[in-house]
Design a binder for this molecule. Sequence first.
Ligand code: TYM
Length: 353
Amino acid sequence: MAEKNEIILSGIRPTGRLHYGNYFGAIQHFLKLQEEGYRCYYFIADYHALTTIVERVDFYQQTIDMLRTYVACGLDPDRSIIYRQSDLPCTAELTLLLGMVTNIGHLERGTTYKDKLSKLPERRDGTEGNPLSYGLLGYPVLMAADILIVKADIVPVGDDQRQHVEMAMDIAQKFNARFGETLKVPAPVARNALRLPGLDGSEKMGKSENNTLDLLDDPKTVLKKLKGVQTSTDPLPLESESTDPDVVIPQMPASVGALYRILHLLAPEEVYLDFVGKYRRGEKFYGTLKTTLAEYVSAFNAPIIERFHAPDNTEEYVKEFLRENAIKVTPVALDTVEACRKAMGIGHSLYRA
Ligand code: TYM
């Protein structure tokens, strides 16, 4: 059981709009931990967004919009330290130091990197070499620096980030083994961390997959997206009597399963059970499922959309708390960087001393 004095840290890339995977995989836990009174650090990972950049993107504006959505969801810059990764540039210094204890082989086994490598068009070894960036390969080292710099105990993330957190644990352990106990090793990601499937039935809802349901989607968009979900495949028989979503949903066609997953997250249990019953009996119900689900989604989004547009939730407000919170997190972060410098033998920074 976590103690209240444990430190929480998590980040989200500024991809534009927040989707249901971000919310139910991460933000709902951010909110709970904030309510429970933990020391929470929540940031927008704008350096990470650069790891796949091919042309200029207005990450500044996307960061502001994401932060206005954070606020609209209930994250409170007076209770949680909410900041922008690039406002803590000593993260880049820690990344450099941690890079010295990170094996390239370990990074090459990273799922994100391997996935991007496998998707390269006609990748040929040899003359053309590997066109992926050093920044992308080093993504997990930067993420380890984010986590270790604030001495985080718990990292609330979706299941897709599990390997990255394990890499951070591993990097901290290696550092401590080589240079003496310096870094706090965070706990592994919770076993039941969520991986929400995409509306296209693919394994993961994600911005780049274009299969998301977004927190700022209005009712018309929600209905359009849900109506577009592929439900023409015949229902697959359910093999057991269980109604547990982790048992039932994997037995359904993937895109139907995605609808049930979201229904289970939003609707009262009896509504979910009623639709499982309909499925089991093979009734014709997909139209009703989609319209019912659309109502729950729109009702969930409505207050968030309203708070997103609230007159005080402006760019100016966000800039002000970013500045204040960057000032709060900086001494904590510098303390870690200085400890690592000292442990590695280069000694304290002379200009910061
Ligand atoms: P990112 O921006 O891809 O996602 C942000 C958060 O949303 C969760 N998430 C999901 N959870 C369940 N189902 C999904 N379909 C889904 N899609 C996204 C992610 O698990 C994550 O919690 N590398 C991170 C950002 C990061 C970070 C960190 C996180 C940078 N440094 C340090 C924690 C600690 C990322 O790209 O998340």
